[in-house]
Design a protein around this ligand. Structure first.
Ligand SMILES: C[S@@+](CC[C@H](N)C(=O)[O-])C[C@H]1O[C@@H](n2cnc3c(N)ncnc32)[C@H](O)[C@@H]1O
Length: 214
């Protein structure tokens, strides 16, 4: 079971993992699966599912988890190829935590604009009391064409308050924590993209954590 959220539940800068004890954690847009793999090693009592529309970056790690445990194999991880717009019904109601880290492309569009269908899909895979953590990193200059495509100037905590909070609420999530993350702390996040992007000083990293509305 997930502990009831309180002020002690916040993004942990060393793990990017929420302290929910045991349970099933789903990482959407998992990329190369490093977040899922590292967390699964550190939390053998939790089961991790990494989901991405693109299976290619997952080829190496998918092979690794099936090795002998002494050679990096893990029994508490699975990877699934799926789009956030078309999540398998087998996932319905099973997630105690859902993570979306550094979304890009259609995943970024859906999350940043609070797409009703995609937020409903995320809600659909959540169990009672589940938490949703989203981390978005955008550079207003380098990513200007992406921001233009989204019809946004930036994604700030003010934007979360004024736009995303109500769209999340409509889909059944209440944002209870949000903030910005200084770039010097990014390398500690267990995300390959956080490491890749760390040298872009203008990039803003905004996160929020929401809980399912019962
Ligand atoms: C910038 S990468 C971030 C990868 C990883 N979360 C990390 O932090 O290293 C964005 C990922 O989102 C995935 N993605 C984009 N659109 C998606 C969609 N509609 N459904 C699922 N995954 C998607 C991409 O394939 C890519 O792997």
């Amino acid at each position: 079971m997930v502990e009831p959220p309180d002020r002690s539940i916040r993004l942990d800068s060393t793990t990017s993992s929420l302290p929910t004890g045991e349970g099933i954690i789903i990482d959407i847009g998992t990329g190369d699966g490093v977040f899922v793999y590292q967390c699964a090693r550190q939390n053998p009592n939790k089961f991790y599912i990494g989901i991405d529309a693109n299976p290619r970056p997952l080829e190496k790690i998918s092979e690794k988890i099936h090795r002998n445990p002494a050679k990096g194999g893990l029994t508490n991880v699975a990877f699934v190829q799926a789009s956030v717009g078309d999540l398998p019904s087998e996932l319905d109601g099973i997630a105690d935590e859902v993570h979306v880290h550094f979304p890009w492309g259609s995943l970024l569009r859906a999350i940043a604009t609070g797409d009703r269908e995609v937020l409903s899909n995320l809600r659909r895979i959540c169990s009672s009391g589940a938490l949703l953590e989203v981390v978005i990193g955008l550079d207003p200059e380098r990513d200007s064409s992406e921001l233009e495509r989204l019809g946004l100037q930036s994604i700030s905590t003010a934007y979360l308050d004024s736009v995303l909070a109500s769209r999340c609420r409509d889909a059944g999530f209440e944002i209870f924590e949000k903030g910005e993350f200084p770039s010097q702390e990014w390398p500690r996040l267990q995300s390959s993209w956080a490491k890749r992007l760390k040298d872009s000083p203008n990039r803003q990293l905004v996160y929020f954590i929401a809980r399912v509305i019962e």
